[in-house]
Design a protein around this ligand. Sequence first.
Ligand code: ADP
Length: 479
Amino acid sequence: MQVLSVASEVFPLIKTGGLADVAGALPGALAPLGIRMRTLMPGYPAVMAKLGETRRVGGFDSLFGHPASVLEASHAGLDLLILDAPALFDRAGGPYLDRDGLDYPDNFRRFAGLSLAAAEIAAGLIDGWVPDLVHVHDWQAALTPLYMRYDRAPQTPSVFTIHNIAFQGRYGAQVFPELALPPQAFAIDGVEFYGDVSFMKAGLAASTAITTVSPSYAQEILTPEFGMGFEGVLSARVDALSGIVNGIDTDIWNPATDAQIVRPYDPTGLAERARNKAALRTRFGLVESDGPLFCVISRLTLQKGMDVLAEEIATLVSGGGQLAVLGSGDPALEAAFRTAAAASPGQVGLVLGYDEPLSHLMQAGADAILIPSRFEPCGLTQLYGLRYGCVPVVARTGGLADTVIDANEAALAAGVATGLQFSPVSRDGLRLALRRVFSLWRQPPLWESLQRQGMASDVSWDRSARAYAALYSRLLTKG
Ligand code: ADP
């Protein structure tokens, strides 16, 4: 089976969030199941710089007014198709934002370009290779199924995966004439959404199947609280919607072999984690302590509940806990964490920024990872936490609810608990969760059973890859 995957970020070439991890890991997980996945992504400067040899396999005299090429390349085991369109992607900032942190004003054109190129590939742009199925990720690739519907591979099945329905690619109707779509596409079964253009809407309307990254989130987005305006559209397509939890790359995230940590360990040698904890304390300027060391590795945003956490840091510290925060995001939240760190020197440490190696050391050295998200389509950091014996303390929502087994009495008695869930995401909710953590921390055998159970959880891609493969097969036999 030949599948074209389309994503705006792919690890290890470029990453701003979980989407990149998924797009980077899925091809490798599907290969043993007989599926060849080629991944189309934009040729941002950071990506072009990492590529070795490339070969031009297709091109456009004019892709939204400028020449563009499709280059074949391989990197880190990935079979890549790079959309080399300098007018769209050769920019000094990040993939979506300029150097001042503002959206590029022509993002609609940049990602329409990515989507149109994908549809042309589905229609045979590349000599000798046509995908049987197209799998597109998030709003940046979501116009693809709509372009396919109109004359470009209308029979080829497509899957649209929502990694976060909060990011929708919504623009004023005035951009529509620039999208190279036929007039009838500006309609309820196309790209039109409350009089605007919405890329997300196009993906939901035109794809053969819709997936999101956990069964709970698939249910939640059918409701006004989580659907962000799309609950109606989704309800109309509920038969096409399913949830498949993400896995993680268990080679990159393996505490027994991880070169980014000070002391490798496995479930039989949990005491070895102490060396990582010591290194982590040094890195964050924390003093020796008997209490649990919590970590946060996150975008600092309201979605992630970071405002609630910032307000409860005093509770965490007064209970004997310490906190190490790695993240960046809203300036107001960055300031709140800076203030909290200054107020509790030696107990609260902060690294503002993005640091992949440090995130490994944190999972290997911290006792618990806090994830108080208001919504969480899947979440990856709790999966890394499980794998590293860093007990996840999570909001009961989306993929967090689906992947962490709460340490309630029944689960503890059955020996299956892997972490703590709490609800609601409020100061009271978090305070109660912290109280439960401290109580479990004072019972080392119970705490260690959480760690060991977590480390025994299957967080690999195997199960998810089988679910995607089964979905692809269903769509192909239906076609
Ligand atoms: P989201 O995609 O909503 O940001 P996920 O939990 O799905 O959240 O994925 C976040 C990914 O980004 C994880 O791999 C996490 O380890 C990583 N990450 C987030 N913030 C940082 C940071 N400041 N430094 C290093 N890695 C980070």
